[in-house]
Ligand binder design. Sequence first.
Ligand SMILES: [Zn+2]
Length: 237
Amino acid sequence: MKQLKLVWELEKYNGIIDECKVDLSKLENSNRLKNMNKRMVELDSNINHVRERILENNKSTSKFERLLKEYDYTKMKLEEDLYSGEISDIKQLEQLSMDKEKTFELIDEVESKILKLIDDNEVLEENYGAIRNDYEKLKGDIEITEKQFNELVQKLRAEIHIAEQEKDKVLPKIDGKILKRYDTTRTKRGKGIVTVNDDICGGCNVRIPTYLMVDIKKQTEIIYCDSCGRLLYYMEN
Ligand SMILES: [Zn+2]
């Protein structure tokens, strides 16, 4: 019977449309890209943070280097006064000597600070490079994932479009009463028509009585499963 074959075709297209829509919604609700983009924002903020610290350290280093020059100058002046022979007052010489010692201490202190800043920046630069690498890698991964994502969405939409076009061709050919019952069963049970395999309803697994199987195999009548109400369709093999 042609009607049976048409309803079977309709079920096929409805099935394709449903499956594609489920896949589409899974894709659109997937957290994969969202998480990747979130990580990207985090890495970007880390990069900025580390860069700011490097710049701050550089500023501090310059400041201490200027200070070091000042101390070096002070030290040179003190040494000139001490060893020029122009000052003979013991107390004054002692004071100059103490000032010189003090300046040496200050120079040591500033030099240590500069060395510490240079060490810190070496670590920060390494860090910066590592985060930058992660960032570039993730950026590439996001581009690939977005491309795959878009391709999949396009493919699914195209499949839905084709199935809908085919469905529209089949629909007007199906008898109104059969279609109505098919639609109701499909809404309720997911499928409006099922195959019968080894005398078993493909929808609810209930055995079909032998006398009905004879008619189902003939495919001349519209026969519904007594148990689940689905239209029964027999396919050889
Ligand atoms: Zn059934």
